[in-house]
Design a protein around this ligand. Sequence first.
Ligand SMILES: [Zn+2]
Length: 260
Amino acid sequence: MDSKWMLAEMTQPAAETALGKGTAILVTGSVEQHGGHLPLGTDAIAALTIALRVAERIEAPVLPLSPVGVAPYHLPWAGSLTLRPETLIALMVDVCGGLAAAGVRRILVVNWHEGNTPSVRLGADEMQRQHPVRVIVAESHVITNSLYPDEMEFTHAGAMETAAVLAHDPGLVDIDQLTGGDPVNEGTKGHALFRRRDVFPVMKDFREVAGTGWYGSPDSVNEARAREIIEEVADHIVTSMDEISTALVDRQPEPEEEER
Ligand SMILES: [Zn+2]
């Protein structure tokens, strides 16, 4: 997907003008195995394609922070890569310095990878402590699943992730290479253990979820439907950002309270 909103593809004067409007978008994804039918960078591509759609709507530049995310539990499969959590946090805080200096006061982080979530929260907190910015996080995989819970199953390398890659570049999906993943009910059961909110284990190896590395129904989605869904996800992020920004304005501490 072509876009005029990629910060690194802008000239300096164009970037200065765009950033001066006050908002920037950071993209976090992952490079990890997704079976034989989806690229390693599925999570990075998914987050980027949604971020670029958001950028069109809010006219803000997009900075892909690092295609590699925090995914140590995928390392048993060659080609999977990981950052240490502290590396991702440092990347967020470091680039925030340049963004803040250019006048950015609101940063949207578009993430598509569960393994990044704890680091993204810590990174966002640290960005806000060190710089005069407000960070808003969009968990785009969570949004896709919650908007279409039946169609966009919360699997690994299944319908939801295939839709996101199809929406970006259908040439990157190779459905002919689909080789048997784990049964969907088995993978879902395994994943649910790690997704418990009260008492939960922390994943060491994705084989604890699915021995084949993936489960889901990647062949249940077509290109046109995929694009429709991903546009809706971008709309949802923009609406939510507006709601949050408005609600927070009403809840700002009084100036004299701030000085105390
Ligand atoms: Zn993924």
